[in-house]
Design a protein around this ligand. Structure first.
Ligand code: PMP
Length: 315
C-alpha cells in the first residue's frame, strides 16, 4: 500500500506540519510500544462534496476502553477526540478516501509501569482502493499464533501487540501469500494480522467468536449486522477449525483498512471457484454504499467532516 505524506498532522491538541508530529526516543511509547490507537476511514462522496468518517463513535468507544485496560492516566473528552479526527482531515482538505490513525502515546521518561503523561496524535493519509477488493487475495495459515488473553490482551489496539501481525505478515510474504491467517493458542482459526475473517459454508456465514483471540473489530460488527439485517444471511460466531476453511464456498477478510476483501485461495487451495464469491461481492457493494453515504441506511454510522463545519459556521 503506497501512501503519500500529507501536509499536516494533529499532535497534542493542534494541527502541525507533518514533520513536527514527533515523540522522544526515550518515551515509553518508543521503549515499550506503549500506545493505544484506532484506525478509521474517511469515505469521499463526490456527489455531495462530503467526506464521511465511518463509525467514529464505535472507534472512540474502543479507544477509551483500550486506554482503561492499559491504565493510561488520562480521561480525554469524547468530543475533543472526535474533533481531532475531523480537524486532521480538514487541515489537509482531502477530497478522496483516507485512512485515519488516532493514537495515544506515553510520553515522558517513565519506565515499565509508567501511566503518563499521555499525548494524543492523529494522522490522515490518502488510501486508494486496493486491487484485492476486486481481484481477491491469496491467504495462508502461518506458524505464528495469536497470543492468549492472559498473556497480552489482543482485543486492545495497543501498538506493541502489532509485532504479532508483523511477524505473521512477513511469514505470509516469504511463503508467497497475499495475506496471513493466524490460529489462536488453542489451534483454532483467529483472524488476519489486521482484519477479521469470515467463511461462507452452505450459505451460512461463520466467523470466530470474540473470545477466539481476535480484535473486537468494528467492521466485523458492521458485516454481521448487514448480513443478518439487510441480506437475510445467517451468521454463526463460533470456534472455527482450520480444516473448515477448505470447505468454504466463499471467504473474505474484513476490517477498516481491508474493508471487505474476498479471499480466493487458502493454503493454495481454491475457495469455492477460486474467484470472489457472489455473496461477498454483494456485501462489499452494500458496505461501500453505506460508508460513502450513497444509500440512506445507517446514517448514524457516518460523521460528515466538512458539512459539520459548514453547519456550525451557519449557527
Ligand atoms: N484485527 C486486527 C488485529 C486489527 O488490527 C484490525 C484493525 N483494527 C481488525 C482486526 C479489524 O478491526 P476494525 O474492523 O475495527 O478495523
Amino acid at each position: 500500500m503506497s501512501e503519500t505524506v500529507p501536509g499536516f498532522a494533529w499532535f497534542d491538541g493542534r494541527v502541525v506540519p507533518w514533520g513536527e508530529a514527533k515523540i522522544h526516543v526515550y518515551s515509553p511509547a518508543v521503549k515499550y510500544g506503549a500506545g493505544v490507537f484506532e484506525g478509521l476511514r474517511g469515505y469521499w462522496n463526490e456527489a455531495e462534496g462530503e467526506m464521511y468518517v465511518f463509525r467514529l463513535a464505535a472507534h472512540l468507544d474502543r479507544m477509551l476502553y483500550g486506554l482503561k485496560v492499559m491504565r493510561f492516566d488520562c480521561s480525554p473528552d469524547r468530543a475533543w477526540l472526535a474533533e481531532a479526527v475531523l480537524e486532521t482531515v480538514r487541515a489537509n482538505g482531502f477530497r478522496e478516501g483516507v485512512h485515519i490513525r488516532l493514537t495515544a502515546l506515553l510520553d515522558g521518561i517513565g519506565e515499565m509501569a509508567a501511566t503518563g503523561p499521555v499525548v494524543f496524535a492523529c494522522t490522515a493519509t490518502v488510501r486508494p482502493p486496493a486491487r484485492a477488493l476486486t481481484e481477491g487475495i491469496s491467504a495462508g495459515v502461518v506458524s505464528w499464533r495469536r497470543p492468549e488473553d492472559s498473556a497480552i490482551p489482543m482485543r486492545v489496539k495497543a501498538n506493541a501487540n502489532y509485532h504479532n501481525g508483523r511477524l505473521a505478515t512477513q511469514e505470509a510474504k516469504v511463503e508467497g501469500y497475499g495475506a496471513a491467517i493466524l490460529l489462536n493458542d488453542r489451534g483454532k482459526v483467529a483472524e488476519g494480522p489486521g482484519m477479521c475473517l469470515f467463511i461462507v459454508r452452505n450459505g451460512v456465514a461463520v466467523t470466530p467468536a470474540v473470545t477466539s483471540g481476535i480484535l473486537e473489530s468494528i467492521t466485523r460488527d458492521t458485516v454481521i449486522r448487514l448480513l443478518r439485517e439487510e441480506m437475510g444471511v445467517s451468521v454463526e460466531e463460533r470456534e472455527l477449525d482450520r480444516s473448515e476453511l477448505y470447505a468454504a464456498e466463499e471467504a473474505f477478510f474484513c476490517g477498516t483498512a481491508w474493508e471487505v476483501t474476498p479471499i480466493t485461495t487458502i493454503d493454495r487451495l481454491a475457495v469455492g471457484a477460486g474467484v470472489p464469491g457472489p455473496l461477498t461481492k454483494r456485501l462489499q457493494a452494500l458496505y461501500f454504499a453505506i460508508a460513502r453515504g450513497e444509500v440512506a441506511l445507517h446514517p448514524e454510522w457516518r460523521t460528515p467532516v466538512y458539512g459539520a463545519r459548514a453547519a456550525r459556521a451557519a449557527e
